[in-house]
Design a protein around this ligand. Structure first.
Ligand SMILES: Nc1ncnc2c1ncn2[C@@H]1O[C@H](COP(=O)(O)OP(=O)(O)OP(=O)(O)O)[C@@H](O)[C@H]1O
Length: 610
């Protein structure tokens, strides 16, 4: 497929306000993609690599602006591009505003044979760019991007720029991709035999409700559109679930689309977990022991470790022995290199191919947990790993087993998965204690002991429940006595004054509101001088534009922020403000998509006002 064709389709999606019609456009694109299907599926929601793959292009806004400036011609500087960005507010619009065609004309004049970019060529070039490392790699990346932009029309440039930054902004989220795959390759044209035969078969509440707001809206719109002209053939809930399950298990949208097309529902059912391919972490809601017992009769109770989530993959070799250990964060980033002590521990205690879920916690010499911030000094670290290994001791607490010895356990109940965990991890101290109880007093005593031992609280799990990757469902409840903090996206900052003039000092905080960010306040307290310097290093490459002391930042960093109260306030665009905000930590284990939403802020504000 020509990249120009992809860009035209993307612009149609961007212009389409209705969710169902967008699904139909995405479906049609998938149907027309041919051999390029996996790439097109990834591109349409802003990915070059599958979701499970931690490889990134590692191109920041500054480098991208430089490449656009170069492709735009000799008279255009990166500062000009920056000025236009301040006016337009979005890099795709800026890229589309330049005429890169002049260079193409020259290339043709010089004997160049340019039939236009193909989707496959863009994919291949961006993959090469991602692989550039070491000295001179910035320049090589700049050259590669320049080469691509140089061949784009304005429409192609718009979507290329956005693809490079990983945000297509065309209203196509996970739910849309899932529905479009089912519509394209599983749904059957209505021929008197109705595809609504599953109408009574309610979709798994957790899966459908917790995916994202968009999914819920889509199903409502789907229902409302029943009698109206419907642009979709209408996949059944069962077909949607088959796609959803394969996506959860593989985190590879391109592969799932190809399997749906080539092998249908039975092919999707055969998609299995793979050691070395991370899955999304199951998440929890806040809740109490009373909630748990009311709902399930009994609860599986564990300590809530205050550390960083880690998924442990132990790969088999040809003889069935273990060949290697890899570790992933809750966002499926590869953090193996940062935690050699955990790798060594797992190597010595596990001798079967497994996927385990757990938490790494910083501990003192007596094994007592240290504050959460300490583990963040180790997690994701690329430099000084050995020095930090000595400075911050960590321990693994494993609490789940998703796969053991070739067997996927996602659908097995909590208690069975925990029993398998105890079988495969030869260290009782590293296996999270599990109390299954229907007695509120017994659970309260367990909670008290957990808090006394320095843990954050307890987790309450429905003993009969399966593991649902990526879902913040009702089967896991977290219970902790401390005041909640909120995780907010840093969208702006101000340069400091006096001795702090070289550092960003005050940070503008936002919450997620659909695909956008709305402001909720600023934080400047609770940050040490050392942290200020680190924050400036972290955030300076994300500067989008500057106006006097104030800078606008690409939303990429999440702060955990404490506060005394959340108040309704006209000062910020969210309609809320934090009273006495206090910086707690950078949530390096979270991406902006994991930051708190406006809906959560509304709930917190409401519960405080009661
Ligand atoms: N025994 C346990 N079982 C499951 N998760 C646990 C356990 N102990 C600690 N955790 C951690 O608690 C988290 C669940 O809380 P939640 O899903 O709300 O994540 P979060 O947003 O990081 O919340 P928090 O900031 O409260 O940790 C898990 O992601 C995991 O990192």
């Amino acid at each position: 497929m020509q990249f120009a064709e992809f860009a035209t389709r993307a612009s149609e999606m961007e212009a389409e306000p209705a969710d169902l019609a967008t699904v139909a456009l995405v479906r049609d694109l998938f149907c027309d993609a041919g051999d390029d299907l996996p790439v097109v599926v990834r591109f349409v929601h802003g990915r070059v690599f599958p979701a499970w793959d931690s490889t990134t292009l590692d191109v920041g806004p500054r480098l991208l602006r430089g490449a656009i400036a170069r492709a735009a011609g000799q008279n255009v500087t990166a500062a000009d591009v920056e000025d236009r960005l301040a006016e337009e507010g979005e890099i795709g619009a800026v890229a589309a505003g330049y005429d890169f065609g002049g260079q193409r004309g020259l290339a043709a004049f010089a004997g160049g044979d340019d039939d236009g970019l193909t989707v496959a060529e863009v994919d291949e070039t961006l993959r090469e760019l991602a692989a550039a490392a070491g000295s001179g790699s910035e320049d090589r990346k700049l050259n590669t991007l320049f080469g691509l932009f140089n061949r784009t029309t304005p429409e192609e440039a718009r979507y290329l720029a956005r693809l490079v930054l990983g945000e297509m902004r065309i209203g196509v989220g996970e739910g849309t991709v899932r529905d479009a795959i089912a519509e394209a390759f599983l749904a059957v044209e209505e021929t008197g035999e109705t595809t609504d035969s599953e109408a009574d078969d309610e979709p798994n509440d957790e899966t459908r409700d917790e995916t994202d707001g968009e999914t819920r809206d889509e199903s409502e719109e789907r229902a409302a559109a029943d009698d109206d002209e419907d642009p979709l053939t209408r996949a059944t809930d069962e077909q949607l679930r088959a796609v959803e399950r394969a996506l959860q298990v593989s985190n590879d949208h391109g592969m799932v689309a190809a399997v749906a097309r080539d092998d249908g529902e039975s092919g999707l059912a055969d998609v299995r977990l793979e050691v070395g391919r991370p899955v999304q972490a199951m998440l929890a809601q806040a809740g109490t022991a009373a909630d748990a017992l009311d709902e399930w009769g009994e609860a599986a109770v564990e300590r809530k470790f205050d550390g960083a989530r880690v998924q442990v993959h132990v790969e088999p070799d040809d003889e069935g022995e273990t060949a290697g250990v890899s570790l992933y964060s809750r966002n499926m980033d590869d953090v193996t290199a940062a935690l050699p002590d955990v790798v060594e521990f797992v190597e010595s205690r596990v001798d079967a191919p497994v996927i385990l879920d757990g938490e790494v916690v910083a501990v003192d010499d007596d094994g007592a947990p240290r504050p959460f911030q300490e583990i963040l000094r180790r997690f994701r670290r690329k430099h000084d790993v050995d020095r930090m290994r000595d400075a911050v001791r960590v321990e693994l607490h494993a609490f789940d087993c998703l796969h053991a010895d070739g067997e996927d356990l996602l659908d097995a109940p909590v208690t069975e998965r925990h029993a398998r965990l105890s079988d495969v991890l030869d260290d009782a101290g590293a296996v999270s204690d599990l109390l299954v109880s229907d007695d509120g007093d017994e659970i309260a005593a367990f909670e008290e002991a957990a808090l006394e031992a320095g843990h954050e609280g307890i987790m309450l799990k429905n003993p009969a429940s399966a593991y649902s990757p990526g879902n913040r469902g009702k089967n896991w409840l977290k219970r902790k006595p401390d005041v909640e903090t909120v995780d907010l996206v840093v969208t702006g900052a101000e340069w400091g004054e006096g001795r702090r003039a070289n550092h960003l000092g005050t940070f503008l905080l936002s919450v997620r509101d659909g695909g956008d960010y709305v402001e909720i306040g600023k934080v400047a307290t609770g940050i040490t001088d050392e942290e200020l310097a680190d924050l400036s290093t972290l955030l300076e490459p994300e500067i989008v534009s500057e106006n006097g002391q104030t800078v606008e930042l690409n939303p990429s960093v999440v702060f955990e922020v404490g506060y005394e109260e959340i108040q309704a306030s006209p000062t910020y665009s969210s309609g809320y403000a934090l009273r006495f905000p206090r910086f707690v930590a950078v949530r390096e284990d979270k991406e902006v998509a994991d930051a708190d939403s406006l809906a959560r802020i509304e709930r917190l504000a409401e519960s405080e006002s009661r």
